[in-house]
Design a protein around this ligand. Structure first.
Ligand SMILES: *[C@@H]1O[C@H](CO)[C@@H](O)[C@H](O)[C@H]1NC(C)=O
Ligand SMILES: *[C@@H]1O[C@H](CO)[C@@H](O)[C@H](O)[C@H]1NC(C)=O
Length: 420
């Protein structure tokens, strides 16, 4: 099950829901986790719209994720009523025949759930990440699985799988839902939020971790959370929180969906081979593509449009100080580099050129997905990337200029994502 977190946006029309579901299906995503908060009076109308749209399109699942952080705890009777309203809808996602239900936090309300499970017969897979794996034993009898929001590394390093392994071990056989996210930057001081975590190469390497670890379920964070800059769906202006437009508009992320079918199919293929006994789960993964090749050459790239020293940090810290993490310079955590993933049908060169600087020449030795990053090295201007074979440019992408000319003098820590 591969799903993606969707903040239930009040203003999305039925046509926009249908459009987004079709886009998600093209990326081989199975469904949406619908994040809902108790204070929103539009929740029921939007859930109806979403379930109706998914059922018109077909082959797409939805489930409810009760957000206990924005707007305080959910009243138990409302949770029961909402689950019972949607659990028999054709688009409802079922895990082993029962409606799956999740949360964002809410561990302090864990005492509500024996009753909710009894009254709804749901399969309960909360994200009580704040409990940490070591706190799970206290609630083990209340849950059917767990989801962890721990999708980003702390500080100036790459994300490892220690916390995923700890959750899997603490769950002792119950299903783990693993989080995958491409980026994190938020600058919303009115909500006491102004930090970033390292995105950089995360989108590529986190998927490799998913393919190796083979969690029971995967949740991508997110489809449309513009305020935290980890959206991979289309940008709808009406969904952008006040104060975030300057770092969201002009930074499309749609191209992060381009290679999802390849990552997702590799996850499923390896899982199927392990279940059939054709592969030892501890075997080193080969990411060789399936033959005959069913794809063409393609470039996906992303980078920040402003070098980290080109303007004010506007109070943004590397790491979240509210969580007690050490405060680092944002430019130490988020690197001045161009990140490039290429899908090639044959061994190739990859040329990356920033402005008028000499092109950097990289090598894609194997057919399939290859990933690189190239430092800005003080250069600015448009970024031109090419897949080159036998002296010929097979595929070209040109991204917008890296510039020291920051909007309002502030560095934009969001990423521009494009493709050929
Ligand atoms: C249903 O969607 C999945 C992607 O989640 C896709 O792989 C599959 O081919 C689709 N099946 C049908 C019958 O359309
Ligand atoms: C961030 O920028 C805004 C204007 O763009 C300004 O009002 C605010 O004071 C700045 N905050 C910090 C901490 O620099």
């Amino acid at each position: 099950m591969l799903i993606i977190q969707v903040g239930v946006a009040a203003s999305m029309s039925p046509a926009e829901w249908e459009h987004d579901i079709i886009e998600a299906q093209k990326a081989h995503i199975d469904g949406f986790a619908l994040n809902i908060a108790p204070q929103d009076d539009y929740t029921d109308r939007v859930l109806q719209t979403a379930y109706d749209a998914a059922e018109r399109i077909g082959n797409f699942s939805l489930f409810l994720s009760f957000d206990y952080e924005s707007g305080g705890p959910w009243p138990q009777d409302r949770v029961i009523a909402i689950i019972n309203t949607y659990k028999s809808r054709p688009a409802q996602y079922l895990y082993k025949g029962k409606a799956l239900v999740s949360t964002f936090e809410g561990a302090e309300s864990s005492g509500d759930w024996p009753m909710i499970r009894h009254a709804t017969d749901c399969v309960f897979v909360p994200s009580w990440t704040s409990l940490s794996p070591s706190g799970l034993h206290n609630v083990h009898h209340t849950i059917d699985g767990a989801f962890s929001w721990d999708a980003w590394p702390v500080g100036a390093q790459e994300k490892d799988i220690l916390s995923d392994r700890a959750w899997i071990s603490a769950l002792s056989g119950k299903p783990y839902m693993m989080a995958v996210s491409p980026w994190f930057y938020t600058n919303l001081p009115q909500w006491n939020k102004n930090w970033l975590w390292r995105g950089d190469d995360l989108w590529h390497y986190r998927w490799r971790q998913v393919i190796d670890l083979q969690p029971a379920m995967i949740q991508i964070l997110t489809w449309n959370d513009y305020g935290e800059a980890h959206y991979i769906g289309p940008i709808y202006d009406s969904g952008i929180p006040d104060g975030a437009s300057w770092y969201v508009k002009g930074c499309p992320h749609d191209a992060w969906r381009e290679f999802l079918p390849h990552y997702i199919d590799a996850y499923r293929r390896r899982g199927a081979m392990i279940r059939e006994g054709a592969l030892n789960p501890s075997a080193v993964t080969s990411y060789a593509p399936r033959r005959p090749l069913s794809y063409t050459d393609k470039i996906v790239y992303w980078y920040r449009l402003n070098p980290s020293n080109s303007g004010s940090t506007n109070g943004t810290t590397g790491n979240n100080l509210n969580m007690g993490q050490p405060g680092l310079e944002p430019g130490e955590v988020s690197q001045d580099r161009v990140f490039v993933s290429v899908l090639v049908t044959e061994p190739s060169q990859v040329h990356v050129q920033i402005g008028h600087a000499a092109p950097i020449v990289l090598f894609a030795h194997e057919p399939g997905l290859n990933h690189y990053s190239v430092p800005f090295d003080g250069h600015s201007g448009p970024v031109r990337i090419a897949i080159v074979r036998h002296g010929r440019e097979i595929e070209i992408a040109v991204g917008p200029a890296i510039t020291e000319n920051c909007i309002e003098g502030k560095v934009n820590w969001n990423a521009y994502v494009g493709s050929s």
